[in-house]
Design a protein around this ligand. Structure first.
Ligand code: NAD
Length: 264
């Protein structure tokens, strides 16, 4: 599906981003993978090579996606190495735990700024920087949101949920703004996905995180589909939206992939 396509996937050292990089690249895409942890990025690279992705189809950028210089490097090295950009997957994101463990309206304003910087601002900035190149290639943007965006209230992690709600509105706005340039913008909203996400967002260690996912998976009243998604389940939906042949008539939509959680 993705032969001759060039994709940047943010937050691809782990979880959903890593699975998306492997899926797109194993179907022909040249990929720029990026994250803050060089060891984990090396693991993603190994997974790509094991999936028979040629080494010259892989570009690795280490850094924090909220930093302007890292964003510039992502665009520049992708163009230098592959000559164009067809697909931007804005996947990097997380809930930022409040340093004092506060929830609800008492969370610190510093936590708010950090949460928005990562989950919203970095997406706007990457979109602005990739835009002229996506216009040239008539490309696709897929943002990764969350069912935390609503309509259920999210007292435990309020800034994360309002950031993802803002992202959903941005997806709609950007889709209409960029449609004239033949760039499509869409979004995927996962429910619970078994990744490292919970460790970061809920301050859980790996063992507690696994217990949480196992518990959720066992509770039909949490996930009617009866299992907790793996990152590959979400990567398939992202790939559908990144594939113009499959989803050309869809713009500005947020596709919920949550095993039915938001229906009950
Ligand atoms: P993960 O923690 O496994 O992966 C997140 C990736 O983003 C990692 O590669 C991490 O290094 C990267 N990242 C985070 N902050 C970064 C920063 N400042 N700079 C650069 N990279 C950074 O989590 P995941 O579950 O794969 O999350 C991917 C996306 O899916 C996120 O946007 C998250 O909000 C969303 N999501 C996850 C779940 C879930 O249950 N796992 C549910 C809904 C939405």
């Amino acid at each position: 599906r993705f032969s001759d396509k060039v994709a940047i996937i943010t937050g691809s050292s782990n979880g959903i981003g890593q699975a998306t990089a492997v899926l797109l690249a194993s179907e022909g895409a040249k990929v720029t993978i990026t994250g803050r942890n060089s060891d984990r990025l090396e693991e993603t690279k190994k997974l790509l090579l094991n999936a028979h992705v040629p080494e010259n189809h892989i570009n690795v950028v280490i850094g924090d996606i909220t930093q302007d210089t890292v964003q510039e490097t992502l665009i520049k090295t992708t163009l230098d190495k592959f000559g164009k950009i067809d697909i931007l997957i804005n996947n990097a994101g997380a809930g930022i735990p409040d340093p004092q463990g506060k929830t609800g309206v008492n969370q610190s304003i510093d936590t708010y700024h950090k949460t928005f910087e990562l989950n919203v601002q970095s997406v706007l900035e990457m979109t602005q920087k990739a835009r002229p190149h996506l216009a040239k290639s008539q490309g696709e943007i897929v943002n990764i949101s969350s069912i935390g965006a609503g309509p259920a209230a999210q007292v435990a992690n309020p800034y994360y949920s309002i950031a993802k709600a803002a992202l959903d509105q941005y997806t709609r706005t950007a889709a209409i703004d960029l449609v004239a340039e033949n760039i499509r913008v869409n979004s995927v909203s996962p429910g619970a996905v078994a990744t490292g996400f919970s460790n970061v967002s809920r301050g859980l260690n790996e063992e507690k995180s696994k217990k949480l996912y196992d518990y959720l998976a066992s509770q039909k009243e949490c996930i009617p589909r009866g299992f907790c998604a793996g990152p590959e389940d979400i990567a398939k939906v992202i790939a559908f939206l990144a594939d113009r042949n499959a989803s050309n008539y869809i713009i500005g939509q947020t596709i919920v992939a949550d095993g039915g959680t938001s229906l009950i």
